[in-house]
Design a protein around this ligand. Structure first.
Ligand code: SF4
Length: 303
């Protein structure tokens, strides 16, 4: 697929996140739009702020914040900056393919390292291992974790729902490689997609495969559908699974599946999290922002 890349000079890069359910208050994104093209991507709507089509141009028109690291340095050098946890890739994948060329994410990590600011990096790409040298150093002297997401252990389904992301096997190898280098890794097992990857066997296989990589923790979740993501998802069903369209119409009358479905899947999550011992607490597996901050204080003071 051909994508257009637009270089942009940003004025600021850290943005405030005001969501009590998340463990961080700050996010940063070197790119807007994402070539990985995940069919369920919740970030699609952000392209409408650029007057671009969120359903299709999100994956074909990518904004590259060329000066992101330079701006980040200024923001982190501000004496008012309190070294709070930052989610790098809070909206779009910071290791999508174009990062090979620009290396903006790598330069940003160097700034976070310089200013001893803890970071949680969200990606689906094995390209993150390129930066294991910086990530390993940050693990020793501040705090970092890498959060890798999976929707299915079955690569045939993965190819349909995340067509341009790293393969399932390669993502598992990426986690192992990061762990071998002393880097904390969390896993988002999401989204579980009704009727596609939600059998008990598939869910257990996912937990088992992840536990064998040495990942520190798992956060599972079920598909929700709203706005442009919902529209794009139904286009996808029409093309690949037309037999499911009517089922989905009655299943997704609101943004989530029916309560009974959620309860059944959440019960499987609890069971397999226990069975495969994926409970370890880290800033990625929080109960409250207070817990996150106390763990970070511990890491930051240790340096
Ligand atoms: S990798 Fe993340 S940001 Fe990129 S399309 Fe997939 S879900 Fe969206």
């Amino acid at each position: 697929m051909k994508a257009t890349y637009i270089e942009h000079k940003c004025k600021n890069i850290l943005h405030k996140i005001d969501n009590p359910r998340l463990p961080f208050n700050w996010g940063a994104n070197p790119y807007r739009g994402c070539l990985h093209s995940c069919i369920y991507c919740f970030a699609r709507y952000t392209h409408s702020y650029l007057e671009l089509d969120p359903e299709h141009e999100f994956e074909t028109t990518i904004i590259v914040k060329k000066n992101a690291a330079k701006i980040l340095r200024k923001e982190l050098a501000n004496p008012k900056w309190k070294k709070e946890l930052v989610n790098l890739g809070s909206v779009c994948d910071p290791y999508q393919p174009i990062e090979r060329k620009y290396e903006i994410t790598r330069d940003m990590l160097l700034e976070f390292q310089r200013y001893k600011t803890p970071v949680t990096v969200a990606t689906k790409s094995s390209l993150v291992t390129r930066d294991k040298d910086i990530l390993a150093e940050m693990s020793r002297d501040t705090y970092v974790d890498v959060v890798i997401s999976f929707s299915s252990i079955n690569d045939q389904i993965r190819k349909k729902v995340e067509p341009r992301a790293t393969s399932t096997q390669k993502r598992l190898e990426t986690i192992s490689e990061l762990r071998e280098n002393g880097i904390n890794v969390g896993v988002l097992l999401m989204p579980i997609i009704p009727f596609l990857n939600d059998t008990e066997n598939e869910i257990e296989e996912l937990f088992k495969a992840v536990s064998e990589t040495g990942a520190n923790y798992v956060i599972p979740g079920i598909l929700y559908l709203i706005g442009s993501t919902k529209k794009r998802f139904f286009e996808f069903l029409d093309k690949h699974y037309p037999e499911l369209v009517e089922k989905y119409k009655s299943f997704y009358k609101s943004r989530s599946p029916p309560k009974s479905y959620n309860e059944r899947i959440n019960q499987l999550f609890r069971h397999y999290r226990g069975k495969y011992d994926l409970h370890k607490f880290t800033p990625g597996q929080w109960k409250s922002k207070k817990d996150t901050q106390s763990v970070l204080d511990h890491y930051v003071q240790k340096k």
